[in-house]
Write a protein that binds this ligand. Structure first.
Ligand code: EPZ
Length: 418
C-alpha cells in the first residue's frame, strides 16, 4: 500500500498551480452526456474520482482519452442507461449522472448510492426534483429504475441547498420541454462553472450563484472546449499547510472569492493573504492565534470540505478554537489520527474543540477519508520528526498529487509506492 512520508519543521517557500476542481469536473463529466458530441476539458485533474467517472462513461458507450492536461470525451456513442452497483460504490457522487442519462435516454437505472465515510448521503432531494420534472422512479432491492419518456419544465423547490441535487436537476432540465426553475439552489462556485459549461455547449442556463437557477430545456447542445475552474479546496489545503508550517507561498490560479470564509479564518489566525487576480500569496511568520467558532455552512459560509485542514493548521495555535460541523454527521474521523500526533481535540457530536498545543510529533497515521487525509499531511508539516500517512488512496480521490504540490511549496514530503 502506498504511503506518504513527511518531516515537519521546515518553513514553506515556493509556488504551485492549483489543479482543476474535482467538484466541478465531476458534474461536468456527467453533463458531457447531454451533447452527444466531443468535449475537451482543459485543466482536467487526474483523480481517482475522474477515473471512476470515465469508467461510467465508457460503460455507457462513450469514449474518453487524455491529451496532455486535457480530457477529451465523446458521448456520441451513448447507448446504455445503467450504472452498475460496482461503479456506483466506487464513487458516491455517481448519482450526478442520473439527470443527464434521463435527459438523453429517457430512462436510467442506478443502484442506491448509499452512505460513505462522512455518514448518510441521501438523494431524496434529487429524486423528488426529478419526479417533479416527470420522472417515474421505482425503488426496489437497492436499485432505482427511472422512466422519463417526457421531462417537462417545472418549478422545483429545494428544501435545502444541496449541491448535487441542484446539479442533477440542472442536467435533467436541459432535456425537459419548457423552462425549469430551481428555487433554493446551492450557491457554490462549482454550480456557476457547470452553468458556464452548459452554456458553452449551447444551453440557456442562468442564475447560478444565486438561489434561483433557470434552465431552458430541449435546446440542441454541441461539444465545446472548456477549462475547469481551479480547485478551491485544494487551494484551501495548501494555505492551511502554509499556516501550519509558516513561510511564504504563492498559489497560481487560486481565487479568494471562491473560499473567502477560509481566508478570513486564516487572516484572523495571523496569516497575511493577498489575491493579485492571478493567484493568492500567503505568508505567516508567527504562532497562529485561535479563531472565532468555525461553523460549516453552505456557500458562502465556511465550506465543510475545508474543516479538517483548518483544524490541522490550528493544532499548535495560541488558545482554543471551536468547530461545528453542520453538513455531515461523521466528519471528525481525522480527529483520532491527529491526537496520535499530540493534538488536543475533544469532540461531542457535531462540535469539536481544538486546544492549541506547543508541539506535535510525527507518528504513523492513516487516512479515514479524502479531506481528513489531507489534514494529516497538513499536521505532519507542523510536527517534529517523521509522519507516515497510510491509506492514501482516499487522498488520491481528490488531489492529483498532494506530495508533488507540497514539495513545490518547499515541504519535506514524498510518496512511497509499495
Ligand atoms: C458536494 O457533495 C461535494 N461533492 C462535497 O464534497 C461537499 O462536501 C458537499 O457538496 C457540500 O458542499 C461533490 O461536489 C462531488 P450536498 P453533495 O447534496 O452534493 C444533505 C469533497 O470532499 N442532502 O450539498 O453530496 C446531505 O446529507 C466532497 O470534495 C439531503 O439530505 O452535498 C448533506 O447533509 C465531500 N438530501 C447536505 O444535504 C439530498 O437529496 C449537503 O449535501 C441531498 C443532500
Amino acid at each position: 500500500m502506498s504511503q506518504l512520508l513527511a518531516r515537519g519543521g521546515r518553513r514553506l517557500e515556493g509556488e504551485v498551480a492549483v489543479q482543476g476542481a474535482k467538484n466541478s469536473v465531476l458534474p461536468i463529466l456527467a453533463a458531457t452526456l447531454l451533447t452527444g458530441d466531443q468535449v475537451e476539458l482543459r485543466g482536467c485533474p487526474r483523480l481517482r474520482d475522474v477515473d471512476a467517472s470515465i469508467r461510467i462513461l465508457e460503460t455507457l458507450g462513450c469514449t474518453a482519452r487524455w491529451e496532455g492536461t486535457s480530457l477529451v470525451v465523446d458521448t456520441a456513442g451513448l447507448k446504455g442507461w445503467v450504472i452498475s452497483d460496482v461503479l456506483m460504490r466506487e464513487m458516491r457522487s455517481s448519482a450526478i449522472f442520473l439527470g443527464a442519462i434521463l435527459a438523453r435516454c429517457g430512462r436510467a437505472e442506478i443502484s442506491y448510492p448509499g452512505g460513505c465515510e462522512l455518514g448518510p448521503r441521501p438523494i431524496d432531494l434529487h429524486l423528488s426534483g426529478l419526479r417533479t420534472l416527470g420522472t417515474e422512479i421505482q425503488e426496489s432491492g437497492g436499485v432505482l429504475r427511472c422512466e422519463a419518456p417526457r421531462l417537462s419544465g417545472e418549478c422545483v423547490v429545494l428544501s435545502l441547498p444541496s449541491v448535487g441535487a441542484t446539479e442533477n436537476l440542472m442536467l435533467a432540465a436541459c432535456g425537459a420541454e419548457g423552462t425549469t426553475t430551481i428555487v433554493g439552489a446551492a450557491l457554490e462556485p462549482e454550480i456557476l462553472d457547470l452553468q458556464n459549461f452548459l452554456n458553452a455547449c449551447g444551453a440557456k442556463v442562468s442564475g447560478a450563484g444565486t438561489s434561483t437557477v433557470s434552465i431552458e430545456g430541449k435546446r440542441p447542445l454541441h461539444g465545446c472546449s472548456y477549462e475547469i475552474m481551479p480547485d478551491r479546496v485544494a487551494a484551501a489545503t495548501y494555505l492551511c499547510a502554509l499556516a501550519a508550517a509558516g513561510g511564504d507561498i504563492y498559489l497560481r490560479r487560486a481565487r479568494e472569492e471562491h473560499f473567502a470564509a477560509v481566508t478570513a479564518a486564516l487572516r484572523e489566525a495571523g496569516c497575511e493573504i493577498e489575491d493579485d487576480g492571478q493567484g493568492i500569496r500567503c505568508a505567516c511568520n508567527r504562532r497562529l492565534q485561535r479563531v472565532r467558532p468555525v461553523r460549516t455552512a453552505p456557500y458562502p459560509g465556511f465550506p465543510t470540505d475545508a474543516q479538517a485542514v483548518l483544524m490541522a493548521a490550528l493544532l499548535r495555535s495560541q488558545g482554543a478554537t471551536v468547530f461545528e460541523e453542520t453538513i455531515f454527521e461523521n466528519r471528525y474521523r481525522h480527529v483520532d489520527e491527529l491526537i496520535r500526533m499530540g493534538a488536543d481535540i475533544r469532540t461531542a457530536g457535531r462540535v469539536a474543540v481544538v486546544a492549541g498545543v506547543d508541539r506535535l510529533h510525527g507518528a504513523p497515521v492513516r487516512c479515514t477519508d479524502l479531506r481528513g487525509g489531507a489534514a494529516l499531511c497538513v499536521a505532519a508539516l507542523a510536527a517534529e520528526g517523521e509522519t507516515a500517512v497510510g491509506e492514501i488512496s482516499h487522498i488520491d480521490r481528490g488531489y492529483e498529487d498532494i506530495a508533488r504540490d507540497l514539495q513545490a511549496l518547499g515541504a519535506d514530503i514524498s510518496r512511497l509506492d509499495q
